[in-house]
Design a protein around this ligand. Sequence first.
Ligand code: SF4
Ligand code: SF4
Length: 437
Amino acid sequence: MVKEERLDMFCYQCSQTARGTGCTVKGVCGKEATVARLQDNLLLATKGMSAYLYHARELGYTDPEIDAFVERAFYSTFTNVNFDPEDFVRLAVEAGEMNLRTMRLLKKAHIEAFGEPEPTQVLTGTVKGKGIIATGHGLKALAALLEQTAGTGINVYTHSELLPAHGYPGLKKYEHLVGNLGRAWFDQKQLFSQYPVAILGTSNCVLLPREEYKERMFTTGPARLPGVQHIEGYDYTPVIEKAKTLPSLDESAGDIVLTTGFSKSVILSLAEKIKQLVERGKIRHFFLVGGCDSPLKRANYYREFVQKLSQDTVVLTLACGKFRINDLALGEIEGIPRLIDLGQCNDSIVAIEIAEALADLFGVGINDLPLTLILSWMEQKAVAILWSLLSLGVKGIYLGPILPAWVNEEILQVLQKNYDLRLIGEPEEDIKAILGG
Ligand code: SF4
Ligand code: SF4
């Protein structure tokens, strides 16, 4: 992996800062570039974890131990507190462990509120009538919207990371939750212009809106967009009233039907069968292909990678990276789907628990399973998840579409030496390196 260095560090958090503008080579306080970068890494992982914590708290679930870690992580990046690079690596691993705990908390919150997901087919076209598109990750916001729109004749569509909502019994029970429109978060300007409906942004991954749909867009929870009406709390009357004033959509079938909602229980009910298929050589390898998608051209890698896999492989997927591949007809291996959508990015905990259960079943460690992780990262949740995987000792992860920009040679060496972390290369060569032959 070759990385071009431009700026060693950037820190402007205290009055000693170089030239009054920023320490960019080494801190006036003595902070080395690698420490500054590891501090940034820790802050990014903690931000990611905070998003999950927020959604768990929304549903009434909190954990004082996680809160205490968040304080400690922030404090460690304060001026003149901690100059020890090794401690920042330890803190990053601890952030990964705390993020596992956070994802477990959020999963529990989701399941206790809405039931455990079950495989569900989701239409991708439109139904005749007025509509609202909900985007983001907020299941509580979506649940409130569905409850408030019941009986109004307004249809609700999910976008991007709300696709997995369709698998939850407590949400799929609403017949007016009619489908999923668009793909990953970055198509929203085009998508929201295309459909004359009201729009509700429930979390991160909202984009600054175009003028043409600004007045029919709303935000709630942590999302805020200048010029867009924000709704505090969960009373979405303004969204519903706006939807009523807009034209009806025509009936139009989508190009594909998506399947989401493979929970841990569903996969574990198939565990014995999966074990037999592996032992009989029918399933050669599992791949987890997913994560946060980004619009970089390099991210085409993930689709090409899956397209080039042989028929004896199974692909697990999650987060909005799934939209790179979830239209592919991969078929089945004796009743086991070759493409299994586990849910949102926070459902990485489901993938981890499934891998742990399969490792137990096969009597091996996670790293000895026929499983390789091919991950894409975009923002800070993915950083938290990466450290969660590293904290479990998962080795040989392929990461892309680019190496995180705050990783310098020194940090990269630690990631490679301790975790055998790899940057994605060319699909065919990477598949050959993983599967051999
Ligand atoms: S904390 Fe250190 S590196 Fe940061 S601005 Fe102050 S002197 Fe510079
Ligand atoms: S998976 Fe990541 S990039 Fe995608 S919508 Fe969720 S937070 Fe955003």
